[in-house]
Design a protein around this ligand. Structure first.
Ligand code: GAL
Length: 419
Protein backbone atom coordinates (compact mmCIF):
# COMPACT_ATOMS: atom_id res chain seq x y z
CA UNK A 1 0.00 0.00 0.00
CA UNK A 2 1.42 3.38 -0.96
CA UNK A 3 1.64 6.26 1.47
CA UNK A 4 -0.87 8.15 -0.70
CA UNK A 5 -3.53 5.45 -0.40
CA UNK A 6 -2.94 5.53 3.34
CA UNK A 7 -3.51 9.28 3.24
CA UNK A 8 -6.97 8.86 1.77
CA UNK A 9 -7.92 6.23 4.31
CA UNK A 10 -6.39 8.17 7.18
CA UNK A 11 -8.07 11.45 6.29
CA UNK A 12 -11.45 9.74 6.72
CA UNK A 13 -10.47 8.22 10.04
CA UNK A 14 -9.07 11.44 11.46
CA UNK A 15 -12.40 13.18 10.86
CA UNK A 16 -14.34 10.36 12.48
CA UNK A 17 -12.05 10.35 15.47
CA UNK A 18 -12.38 14.10 15.89
CA UNK A 19 -16.16 14.16 15.97
CA UNK A 20 -16.35 11.11 18.22
CA UNK A 21 -13.89 12.66 20.64
CA UNK A 22 -15.32 16.13 20.92
CA UNK A 23 -18.20 15.17 23.19
CA UNK A 24 -16.18 13.13 25.69
CA UNK A 25 -14.02 14.23 28.62
CA UNK A 26 -10.25 14.55 28.24
CA UNK A 27 -8.48 11.21 28.19
CA UNK A 28 -5.18 11.73 29.97
CA UNK A 29 -3.31 8.84 28.44
CA UNK A 30 -0.89 8.46 25.57
CA UNK A 31 -0.01 5.51 23.44
CA UNK A 32 3.54 5.97 22.20
CA UNK A 33 5.03 4.13 19.25
CA UNK A 34 8.84 4.01 19.35
CA UNK A 35 11.78 1.72 18.66
CA UNK A 36 13.74 2.23 21.85
CA UNK A 37 14.04 -1.37 22.97
CA UNK A 38 17.78 -1.79 23.75
CA UNK A 39 18.88 -1.44 27.40
CA UNK A 40 20.11 2.16 27.20
CA UNK A 41 17.18 3.20 25.02
CA UNK A 42 14.61 1.63 27.32
CA UNK A 43 16.20 3.40 30.29
CA UNK A 44 15.83 6.71 28.45
CA UNK A 45 12.23 6.06 27.48
CA UNK A 46 11.52 5.35 31.12
CA UNK A 47 12.65 8.85 32.02
CA UNK A 48 9.96 10.21 29.70
CA UNK A 49 7.33 7.78 30.90
CA UNK A 50 7.93 8.64 34.55
CA UNK A 51 7.95 12.34 33.82
CA UNK A 52 4.53 12.08 32.16
CA UNK A 53 3.10 9.86 34.88
CA UNK A 54 4.17 12.61 37.31
CA UNK A 55 1.90 14.93 35.32
CA UNK A 56 -0.99 12.50 35.60
CA UNK A 57 -0.66 11.18 32.04
CA UNK A 58 -0.67 7.39 31.76
CA UNK A 59 1.55 5.71 29.20
CA UNK A 60 0.74 2.80 26.92
CA UNK A 61 3.90 1.48 25.39
CA UNK A 62 4.05 0.42 21.75
CA UNK A 63 7.67 -0.58 21.18
CA UNK A 64 8.64 -1.93 17.76
CA UNK A 65 12.15 -3.39 17.89
CA UNK A 66 14.57 -2.60 15.08
CA UNK A 67 17.29 0.04 15.22
CA UNK A 68 16.91 2.99 12.89
CA UNK A 69 13.12 2.59 12.97
CA UNK A 70 12.35 0.90 9.63
CA UNK A 71 10.13 -1.71 11.31
CA UNK A 72 8.49 0.95 13.48
CA UNK A 73 7.51 2.90 10.38
CA UNK A 74 6.01 -0.24 8.83
CA UNK A 75 3.99 -0.80 12.00
CA UNK A 76 2.87 2.83 11.93
CA UNK A 77 1.58 2.53 8.36
CA UNK A 78 -0.45 -0.51 9.36
CA UNK A 79 -1.94 1.29 12.36
CA UNK A 80 -2.89 4.41 10.43
CA UNK A 81 -4.31 2.36 7.58
CA UNK A 82 -6.62 0.52 9.94
CA UNK A 83 -7.84 3.83 11.38
CA UNK A 84 -6.08 3.36 14.70
CA UNK A 85 -3.17 5.81 14.78
CA UNK A 86 -1.15 5.93 18.02
CA UNK A 87 -1.23 9.16 20.06
CA UNK A 88 2.44 9.96 19.61
CA UNK A 89 5.18 8.54 17.44
CA UNK A 90 8.99 8.70 17.54
CA UNK A 91 10.08 9.80 14.11
CA UNK A 92 13.07 10.90 12.09
CA UNK A 93 13.65 13.64 9.52
CA UNK A 94 11.99 13.10 6.16
CA UNK A 95 9.43 10.66 7.60
CA UNK A 96 8.03 13.57 9.61
CA UNK A 97 7.58 15.62 6.45
CA UNK A 98 5.95 12.70 4.65
CA UNK A 99 3.33 12.20 7.36
CA UNK A 100 2.74 15.94 7.66
CA UNK A 101 2.07 16.10 3.94
CA UNK A 102 -0.75 13.62 4.42
CA UNK A 103 -2.51 15.96 6.82
CA UNK A 104 -2.85 13.41 9.64
CA UNK A 105 -0.65 15.01 12.28
CA UNK A 106 -1.54 17.59 14.91
CA UNK A 107 -0.55 21.23 14.75
CA UNK A 108 1.60 22.27 17.73
CA UNK A 109 1.82 26.01 16.95
CA UNK A 110 0.01 27.26 20.07
CA UNK A 111 2.24 25.35 22.45
CA UNK A 112 5.36 26.24 20.45
CA UNK A 113 4.47 29.94 20.59
CA UNK A 114 3.68 29.81 24.30
CA UNK A 115 7.00 28.11 25.06
CA UNK A 116 9.14 30.00 22.54
CA UNK A 117 10.37 26.96 20.58
CA UNK A 118 11.36 29.17 17.64
CA UNK A 119 14.14 30.73 19.70
CA UNK A 120 15.67 27.59 21.18
CA UNK A 121 15.48 24.90 18.50
CA UNK A 122 18.33 25.14 15.97
CA UNK A 123 17.42 25.83 12.35
CA UNK A 124 18.74 22.44 11.18
CA UNK A 125 16.12 20.71 13.37
CA UNK A 126 13.28 23.14 12.67
CA UNK A 127 13.64 22.12 9.06
CA UNK A 128 12.10 18.79 10.12
CA UNK A 129 9.94 19.94 13.06
CA UNK A 130 7.91 22.25 10.86
CA UNK A 131 5.81 21.72 7.80
CA UNK A 132 4.51 24.66 5.79
CA UNK A 133 5.71 26.93 8.57
CA UNK A 134 3.70 25.05 11.24
CA UNK A 135 5.20 23.17 14.19
CA UNK A 136 4.26 19.50 13.84
CA UNK A 137 6.97 17.76 15.91
CA UNK A 138 8.76 18.18 19.23
CA UNK A 139 12.48 17.30 19.03
CA UNK A 140 13.77 15.43 22.07
CA UNK A 141 17.44 15.16 21.14
CA UNK A 142 20.24 15.41 18.64
CA UNK A 143 22.20 12.25 17.95
CA UNK A 144 25.14 12.06 15.65
CA UNK A 145 26.35 9.11 13.69
CA UNK A 146 30.05 9.80 13.09
CA UNK A 147 31.46 8.26 16.25
CA UNK A 148 33.73 5.34 17.04
CA UNK A 149 33.37 3.52 20.40
CA UNK A 150 36.57 1.91 21.57
CA UNK A 151 37.41 -0.48 24.40
CA UNK A 152 39.89 1.38 26.62
CA UNK A 153 42.17 -1.56 27.39
CA UNK A 154 42.47 -2.45 23.71
CA UNK A 155 42.99 1.22 22.86
CA UNK A 156 45.84 1.55 25.37
CA UNK A 157 47.43 -1.65 24.11
CA UNK A 158 47.25 -0.16 20.60
CA UNK A 159 49.31 2.83 21.72
CA UNK A 160 46.57 5.04 23.14
CA UNK A 161 46.60 7.56 20.27
CA UNK A 162 43.36 8.58 18.60
CA UNK A 163 43.59 7.95 14.86
CA UNK A 164 42.76 11.03 12.81
CA UNK A 165 42.39 9.53 9.35
CA UNK A 166 41.36 6.31 7.65
CA UNK A 167 44.94 4.97 7.52
CA UNK A 168 45.23 5.55 11.27
CA UNK A 169 41.98 3.64 11.81
CA UNK A 170 43.34 0.68 9.85
CA UNK A 171 46.56 0.71 11.91
CA UNK A 172 44.50 0.61 15.12
CA UNK A 173 42.30 -2.23 13.78
CA UNK A 174 45.46 -4.16 12.88
CA UNK A 175 46.65 -3.80 16.44
CA UNK A 176 43.30 -5.12 17.74
CA UNK A 177 43.74 -8.11 15.45
CA UNK A 178 47.18 -8.77 16.90
CA UNK A 179 45.64 -8.57 20.36
CA UNK A 180 43.45 -11.52 19.38
CA UNK A 181 40.10 -9.73 19.53
CA UNK A 182 37.55 -8.89 16.82
CA UNK A 183 38.86 -5.58 15.51
CA UNK A 184 35.51 -4.08 14.47
CA UNK A 185 32.20 -5.18 15.98
CA UNK A 186 29.55 -4.76 13.33
CA UNK A 187 25.87 -5.60 13.07
CA UNK A 188 25.10 -6.59 9.48
CA UNK A 189 21.71 -4.96 9.03
CA UNK A 190 21.07 -2.51 6.18
CA UNK A 191 20.71 0.56 8.41
CA UNK A 192 23.95 -0.29 10.25
CA UNK A 193 25.80 -0.92 6.99
CA UNK A 194 24.56 2.48 5.79
CA UNK A 195 25.66 4.15 9.03
CA UNK A 196 29.18 2.80 8.54
CA UNK A 197 29.11 3.80 4.86
CA UNK A 198 28.15 7.41 5.51
CA UNK A 199 31.02 7.65 7.99
CA UNK A 200 33.42 6.39 5.34
CA UNK A 201 31.98 8.84 2.77
CA UNK A 202 32.65 11.72 5.17
CA UNK A 203 36.08 10.43 6.15
CA UNK A 204 37.28 9.90 2.61
CA UNK A 205 35.62 12.81 0.83
CA UNK A 206 34.98 15.45 3.51
CA UNK A 207 31.79 17.42 4.04
CA UNK A 208 31.61 18.95 0.55
CA UNK A 209 31.75 15.50 -1.00
CA UNK A 210 29.18 14.14 1.48
CA UNK A 211 26.81 16.92 0.44
CA UNK A 212 27.37 16.39 -3.29
CA UNK A 213 26.98 12.63 -3.14
CA UNK A 214 24.48 11.99 -0.38
CA UNK A 215 22.37 15.14 -0.22
CA UNK A 216 22.50 16.46 -3.80
CA UNK A 217 22.78 12.95 -5.32
CA UNK A 218 25.17 14.33 -7.91
CA UNK A 219 25.80 11.55 -10.44
CA UNK A 220 29.50 12.27 -10.84
CA UNK A 221 29.98 12.15 -7.08
CA UNK A 222 28.04 8.88 -6.88
CA UNK A 223 30.15 7.19 -9.54
CA UNK A 224 33.58 8.86 -9.43
CA UNK A 225 36.97 7.95 -7.98
CA UNK A 226 36.20 9.17 -4.47
CA UNK A 227 33.11 6.95 -4.30
CA UNK A 228 35.20 4.07 -5.63
CA UNK A 229 37.57 4.61 -2.75
CA UNK A 230 34.61 4.62 -0.33
CA UNK A 231 33.38 1.22 -1.53
CA UNK A 232 36.92 -0.19 -1.54
CA UNK A 233 37.32 0.98 2.05
CA UNK A 234 34.04 -0.73 2.95
CA UNK A 235 35.42 -4.00 1.54
CA UNK A 236 38.57 -3.49 3.57
CA UNK A 237 36.61 -2.77 6.78
CA UNK A 238 34.59 -5.95 6.32
CA UNK A 239 37.80 -7.95 6.70
CA UNK A 240 37.92 -6.77 10.32
CA UNK A 241 34.42 -8.08 11.21
CA UNK A 242 33.93 -11.43 12.93
CA UNK A 243 32.20 -14.18 10.98
CA UNK A 244 28.88 -13.81 12.83
CA UNK A 245 28.25 -10.16 11.98
CA UNK A 246 25.35 -10.82 9.64
CA UNK A 247 21.98 -9.71 11.07
CA UNK A 248 23.42 -8.82 14.49
CA UNK A 249 21.59 -6.11 16.45
CA UNK A 250 23.61 -2.96 17.10
CA UNK A 251 23.46 -3.29 20.88
CA UNK A 252 24.97 -6.78 20.68
CA UNK A 253 27.87 -5.27 18.73
CA UNK A 254 28.22 -2.67 21.52
CA UNK A 255 28.23 -5.54 24.04
CA UNK A 256 31.23 -7.08 22.26
CA UNK A 257 33.22 -3.87 22.87
CA UNK A 258 31.92 -3.63 26.44
CA UNK A 259 33.04 -7.21 27.15
CA UNK A 260 36.42 -6.70 25.50
CA UNK A 261 35.65 -9.28 22.78
CA UNK A 262 36.00 -6.54 20.19
CA UNK A 263 38.14 -3.43 19.95
CA UNK A 264 35.73 -0.92 18.45
CA UNK A 265 32.28 -0.28 17.06
CA UNK A 266 31.31 2.42 14.61
CA UNK A 267 27.87 3.64 15.71
CA UNK A 268 25.85 6.73 16.56
CA UNK A 269 25.97 8.01 20.11
CA UNK A 270 22.99 5.92 21.21
CA UNK A 271 25.75 3.30 21.69
CA UNK A 272 26.90 5.30 24.71
CA UNK A 273 23.59 4.43 26.38
CA UNK A 274 24.70 0.77 26.33
CA UNK A 275 28.12 1.53 27.83
CA UNK A 276 26.51 3.59 30.60
CA UNK A 277 23.98 0.84 31.32
CA UNK A 278 26.93 -1.52 31.81
CA UNK A 279 28.29 0.94 34.41
CA UNK A 280 31.25 1.94 32.28
CA UNK A 281 32.79 5.40 32.41
CA UNK A 282 33.98 7.32 29.37
CA UNK A 283 37.73 7.88 29.37
CA UNK A 284 38.22 5.09 31.92
CA UNK A 285 36.54 2.02 30.45
CA UNK A 286 35.79 3.17 26.92
CA UNK A 287 36.78 5.95 24.58
CA UNK A 288 34.46 7.94 22.34
CA UNK A 289 36.06 9.57 19.36
CA UNK A 290 34.90 11.00 16.07
CA UNK A 291 35.20 8.45 13.28
CA UNK A 292 38.79 8.97 12.04
CA UNK A 293 38.87 11.60 9.29
CA UNK A 294 35.56 13.22 10.28
CA UNK A 295 36.75 15.49 13.10
CA UNK A 296 35.11 18.91 12.95
CA UNK A 297 32.06 17.58 11.08
CA UNK A 298 28.81 16.22 12.45
CA UNK A 299 26.22 14.00 10.75
CA UNK A 300 23.12 14.43 12.84
CA UNK A 301 19.78 12.79 13.40
CA UNK A 302 17.14 14.01 15.78
CA UNK A 303 14.39 11.95 17.37
CA UNK A 304 11.18 13.92 17.34
CA UNK A 305 7.69 13.17 18.62
CA UNK A 306 4.84 13.63 16.20
CA UNK A 307 1.28 13.76 17.56
CA UNK A 308 -1.34 12.13 15.37
CA UNK A 309 -4.87 13.49 14.98
CA UNK A 310 -6.63 11.00 17.23
CA UNK A 311 -9.45 13.12 18.59
CA UNK A 312 -10.10 16.24 20.65
CA UNK A 313 -10.31 14.28 23.88
CA UNK A 314 -6.60 13.43 23.60
CA UNK A 315 -5.36 16.93 22.86
CA UNK A 316 -4.52 17.79 26.45
CA UNK A 317 -2.44 14.63 26.92
CA UNK A 318 -0.68 15.28 23.60
CA UNK A 319 0.06 18.82 24.61
CA UNK A 320 1.38 17.73 28.02
CA UNK A 321 3.61 15.19 26.30
CA UNK A 322 5.00 17.67 23.76
CA UNK A 323 5.61 20.16 26.54
CA UNK A 324 7.37 17.53 28.67
CA UNK A 325 9.60 16.58 25.73
CA UNK A 326 10.66 20.20 25.26
CA UNK A 327 11.29 20.91 28.93
CA UNK A 328 14.97 21.87 29.44
CA UNK A 329 15.42 19.86 32.66
CA UNK A 330 13.82 16.84 31.01
CA UNK A 331 16.13 17.14 28.01
CA UNK A 332 19.10 16.94 30.38
CA UNK A 333 17.68 13.96 32.29
CA UNK A 334 16.76 12.09 29.11
CA UNK A 335 19.83 12.79 26.99
CA UNK A 336 22.39 12.02 29.69
CA UNK A 337 20.93 8.50 29.68
CA UNK A 338 20.28 8.19 25.93
CA UNK A 339 23.75 9.24 24.73
CA UNK A 340 22.38 12.12 22.67
CA UNK A 341 22.55 15.86 23.35
CA UNK A 342 19.67 18.29 23.90
CA UNK A 343 17.64 19.57 20.97
CA UNK A 344 17.55 22.97 22.66
CA UNK A 345 20.44 25.40 22.41
CA UNK A 346 19.80 26.95 25.86
CA UNK A 347 20.77 23.91 27.96
CA UNK A 348 24.05 23.82 29.91
CA UNK A 349 26.45 20.88 29.51
CA UNK A 350 27.26 20.61 33.25
CA UNK A 351 25.39 17.36 33.86
CA UNK A 352 26.83 15.62 30.79
CA UNK A 353 29.83 13.28 30.84
CA UNK A 354 32.91 13.93 28.70
CA UNK A 355 31.42 12.34 25.57
CA UNK A 356 28.22 14.34 26.00
CA UNK A 357 30.18 17.55 26.50
CA UNK A 358 32.19 16.77 23.39
CA UNK A 359 28.98 16.00 21.49
CA UNK A 360 27.50 19.37 22.46
CA UNK A 361 30.68 21.31 21.62
CA UNK A 362 31.14 19.47 18.31
CA UNK A 363 27.55 20.17 17.31
CA UNK A 364 27.83 23.88 18.02
CA UNK A 365 31.17 24.10 16.23
CA UNK A 366 29.97 22.16 13.17
CA UNK A 367 26.83 24.31 12.91
CA UNK A 368 28.99 27.43 13.12
CA UNK A 369 31.53 26.31 10.52
CA UNK A 370 28.97 24.91 8.07
CA UNK A 371 30.05 21.31 8.71
CA UNK A 372 26.74 19.99 9.98
CA UNK A 373 24.66 17.76 7.71
CA UNK A 374 21.82 15.27 8.09
CA UNK A 375 22.53 11.55 8.39
CA UNK A 376 21.36 9.58 5.35
CA UNK A 377 21.21 6.31 7.27
CA UNK A 378 18.88 7.91 9.83
CA UNK A 379 16.47 9.68 7.54
CA UNK A 380 17.87 13.20 7.55
CA UNK A 381 19.31 13.41 4.05
CA UNK A 382 16.77 11.73 1.78
CA UNK A 383 13.15 10.55 1.92
CA UNK A 384 12.59 6.91 2.86
CA UNK A 385 12.40 5.56 -0.71
CA UNK A 386 15.80 6.94 -1.71
CA UNK A 387 17.33 6.02 1.64
CA UNK A 388 16.20 2.43 1.25
CA UNK A 389 17.44 2.27 -2.35
CA UNK A 390 20.85 3.36 -1.09
CA UNK A 391 20.71 0.82 1.77
CA UNK A 392 20.21 -1.97 -0.78
CA UNK A 393 23.29 -1.18 -2.82
CA UNK A 394 25.48 -0.57 0.24
CA UNK A 395 24.40 -3.85 1.90
CA UNK A 396 24.74 -5.99 -1.22
CA UNK A 397 28.22 -4.61 -1.72
CA UNK A 398 29.28 -5.07 1.90
CA UNK A 399 28.06 -8.67 1.78
CA UNK A 400 30.11 -9.29 -1.34
CA UNK A 401 27.04 -9.88 -3.54
CA UNK A 402 28.12 -7.13 -5.93
CA UNK A 403 31.55 -5.74 -6.80
CA UNK A 404 32.67 -2.14 -6.39
CA UNK A 405 32.21 -1.60 -10.14
CA UNK A 406 28.63 -2.87 -9.90
CA UNK A 407 27.94 -0.75 -6.82
CA UNK A 408 29.12 2.37 -8.65
CA UNK A 409 26.88 1.51 -11.56
CA UNK A 410 23.84 0.66 -9.45
CA UNK A 411 23.92 3.45 -6.89
CA UNK A 412 22.78 6.27 -9.24
CA UNK A 413 20.29 3.91 -10.92
CA UNK A 414 18.74 2.85 -7.63
CA UNK A 415 18.54 6.43 -6.44
CA UNK A 416 16.97 7.62 -9.70
CA UNK A 417 14.31 4.95 -9.76
CA UNK A 418 13.36 5.67 -6.14
CA UNK A 419 12.83 9.38 -6.76
C1 GAL B 1 18.23 5.91 15.57
C2 GAL B 1 17.50 6.74 16.59
C3 GAL B 1 18.15 6.57 17.91
C4 GAL B 1 18.46 5.13 18.24
C5 GAL B 1 18.95 4.32 17.05
C6 GAL B 1 19.06 2.82 17.27
O1 GAL B 1 17.62 6.04 14.32
O2 GAL B 1 17.52 8.10 16.22
O3 GAL B 1 17.38 7.19 18.90
O4 GAL B 1 17.35 4.59 18.81
O5 GAL B 1 18.19 4.54 15.93
O6 GAL B 1 17.85 2.24 17.59
Amino acid sequence: MTIRTIAKLAAGTALLALSAGSASAQDKSVEVLHWWTAGGEAAAVNVLKENLEGEGVSWTDMPVAGGGGTQAMTALRARVTSGDAPTAVQMLGFDIKDWAELGVVANLNDLAAEEGWDDVVPAALQEFSKYDGNWIAAPVNVHSTNWLWVNKEAFDAAGGEEPTDFAGLIAMLDSFKEQGITPLAHGGQPWQDATLWENVVLSVGGMDFYREAVIDLNEEALTGDTMREVFDHMTQLATYFDENFSGRDWNLASAMVIEGEAGAQQMGDWAKGEFLRADLTPGEDFVCMRFPGTQGSVLFNSDQFVMFEVGDDQREAQSLMASAVMDPAFQVAFNTVKGSVPARTDVEDTEFDDCGKKGMADLAEAAESGNLAGSMAHGHAQPAAVKEAMYDVITQHLNGQITTDEALERLPQAVASAQ
